[in-house]
Design a protein around this ligand. Structure first.
Ligand SMILES: NC(=O)c1ccc[n+]([C@@H]2O[C@H](COP(=O)([O-])OP(=O)(O)OC[C@H]3O[C@@H](n4cnc5c(N)ncnc54)[C@H](O)[C@@H]3O)[C@@H](O)[C@H]2O)c1
Length: 571
């Protein structure tokens, strides 16, 4: 059931406002962009109106609202004033949460950064529409400090903003809309626009938005201060606003959480389920608590990120779990040794940030049950680090089948199970995900005595590379991290095969000595994992020996093999 009313603006225009759901519930006002009308939100409204008082309206110049008579009527201050009038009309004295897209989001940003509306707007979920001053600031930052990554981000955004210059030209954009060229072009640029047919009259009159507001050249970051918590949903395939621009938020905004979500510019129309779910979570979190969301940047680089680490009871896994936790992530630390996982949880910098689970990664069914438990207790992970592994050294022909199966079951099948248990959930959620598999430099360097171990790790590297391709369309990356010799407990737990018991004891002592002498700490691998999660690369080596070994194995495979056949044993 919905009701419609008209709200009159300060300059006498009538806006058509539609209300859904129980007005006694928390109010969510949805603001559409260009060239859309309030029907953009139909799918979202259908999913939210049983829990909230959901309000949509046609902004000035769109749908069945009145159109300004001149360009000045599209200035941002009119749009923000309209928005506040709608909020006051539908939720008098109570205020509202905003959900806004494209130009709707631009005006919502400018509204929440206006001190005068303090107390009336409780949150903003922003999609594909940054604060205009922030765009100018973001651009200047990249020009001032032009690292290769920042420059490529800037070029990518500039190439996607070209249409703005076109929209400001006289007559031509009108012609392009009327001839039907622009909808076709938009569909080519952004798949989410393909079946959208905006009303030509809305598209033409809405050009006033660009002509009235895009000439000032932006301001500084002054004015980008607000007490209103903001959540940004940044679609990864947006043809007009890059995730890099949306993902970096201005200082002075509390609780900005940026979620990179799989989709194009018209996310609200194409993925209403995802938009409704994330909006509801955000609004519920604020309604349940006093209206304050802590500034996520104060809590670290991975605030609000859920990470699963296997083999987290020792060495690299423990260091990785604690490094993520120190950067604000919620961590699920899993290990076959439950007591060791609990010890990792106990060492967390903040109590409760790391939760211990007992699971054997080599057991496929147990891993699926574990994934179900994680989903139930914490939600879908953003990051999965398949790290659990064991050592095995000795000639392949002297190794019995049980030991061979053991190393493959844990080191390879453990990774397979980890990927298969969590990736479908990450795909279903529709947001960016990261899987990091801990392989080994031994996968690529011929080392004597490590035939089975190296084969399992080489398979992990190959699997990571191929799965990365398979999951690319879902914005889930799969990376392999290849450590060199890292000083952990692994020599103590490695199975040494062949020779007499005394010889095996001696080899174990030698291996432990070598690991200690090399002295590479697991923290280094953990730091590399965190970097890979922020900036995914297919293969990352850790330690000089891993880098040099990988290079040599590519440049001089023959001599390296001969050296391995005759040289000293490494493990
Ligand atoms: N230490 C190194 O030099 C080195 C080098 C390259 C790669 N790696 C790889 O790094 C990963 C971590 O090794 P580490 O050096 O930290 O070893 P570690 O022995 O210190 O830690 C491994 C952890 O994995 C857990 N584990 C073992 N089997 C498991 C199973 N079936 N299910 C769940 N947990 C299990 C262990 O209980 C332990 O807590 C392994 O995959 C290893 O192959 C280590």
């Amino acid at each position: 059931m919905s009701t419609t009313r008209l709200v009159t603006t300060e300059d006498g225009l009538r806006l058509t406002v539609e209300e859904h759901g129980d007005p006694a519930r928390p109010c969510v006002v949805c603001v559409h962009g260009y060239p859309d009308d309030r029907s953009l939100w139909n799918g979202v409204v259908a999913r939210l109106s049983d829990r909230y008082h959901v309000v949509t309206y046609d902004v000035r110049g769109a749908g069945s609202s009145d159109t300004p008579t001149d360009r000045a009527g599209y200035r941002l201050h009119h749009l923000t004033d309209d928005l506040v009038r709608v909020v006051d009309a539908v939720s008098p004295g109570k205020g509202a949460h905003l959900l806004a897209h494209d130009w709707g989001s631009i005006q919502a940003w400018h509204t929440v950064t206006d001190r005068a509306v303090e107390g009336r707007i409780h949150s903003l979920t922003s999609i594909s529409g940054p604060h205009l001053h922030h765009v100018a600031h973001w651009t200047r930052q990249r020009l001032r400090l032009p690292t290769p990554r920042r420059l490529s981000e800037l070029l990518r955004q500039l190439s996607r903003s070209g249409y703005i210059g076109f929209f400001r030209l006289p007559h031509l954009p009108e012609l392009a809309w009327r001839s039907g060229l622009l909808p076709v072009l938009m569909g080519r640029l952004d798949a989410s626009a393909r079946d959208r047919r905006p009303r030509v009259s809305d598209a033409v009159s809405g050009l006033g938005l660009y002509r009235a507001n895009m000439s000032a050249g932006g301001g500084g970051t002054h004015g980008i201060h607000t007490t209103v918590p903001v959540q940004v949903l940044a679609p990864t395939r947006d043809a007009f606003v890059t995730p890099a621009l949306q993902g970096e938020l201005p200082p002075g905004v509390p609780g900005p959480r940026v979620r990179r979500v799989t989709g194009g510019h018209w996310l609200p129309a194409r993925c209403p389920e995802l938009v409704a779910r994330r909006t509801a979570e955000f609004v519920d979190g604020l309604e349940g608590e006093p209206r304050h969301v802590p500034d996520t940047r104060e809590k670290g680089r991975f605030a609000d990120v859920l990470v699963v680490v296997t083999g987290a009871g020792s060495g690299i896994g423990r260091a990785t779990a604690l490094a993520f936790a120190a950067q604000g992530a919620r961590v699920v630390a899993a290990d076959v040794d439950g007591a060791a996982a609990s010890e990792t949880a106990r060492r967390a910098p903040t109590a409760g940030r790391v939760t211990a689970y007992t699971v054997d990664v080599s057991d496929g069914e147990a891993m699926h049950r574990f994934a179900e438990d994680v989903q139930r207790d914490h939600g879908t992970p953003d990051v999965v680090v398949n790290n659990a592994g064991i050592g095995l050294t000795g000639p392949l022909l002297d190794t019995d089948e049980a030991d061979l199966r053991g190393v493959f079951d844990t080191n390879l099948w453990g990774v397979v199970h980890g990927c298969r248990a969590f990736a479908p959930r990450m795909i279903e959620r529709g947001e960016v995900g990261r899987i990091v598999n801990i392989s080994s430099a031994a996968a690529h360097i011929p080392l004597p005595g490590l035939t089975a171990y190296s084969a399992a790790k080489a398979a992990v590297s190959a699997l990571s590379e191929r799965l990365d391709g398979e999951l690319a369309e879902h914005d889930i990356t799969v990376s392999a991290v290849l450590p060199g010799i890292v000083n952990t407990a692994i020599p103590a737990s490695t199975r040494f095969v062949g020779g007499t018991p005394a010889e095996r004891r001696r080899r174990r002592r030698r291996a432990a000595g070598l690991y200690r002498l090399r002295g590479l700490q697991p923290d280094r691998v953990a730091a590399a994992v965190l970097r890979v999660v922020e900036h995914p690369t297919p293969v990352t080596t850790v330690g000089f020996e891993a880098k040099a070994g990988l290079l040599l194995s590519r440049l001089l495979p023959g001599p390296l093999r001969r050296l391995a056949a005759t040289g000293p044993r490494v493990r």
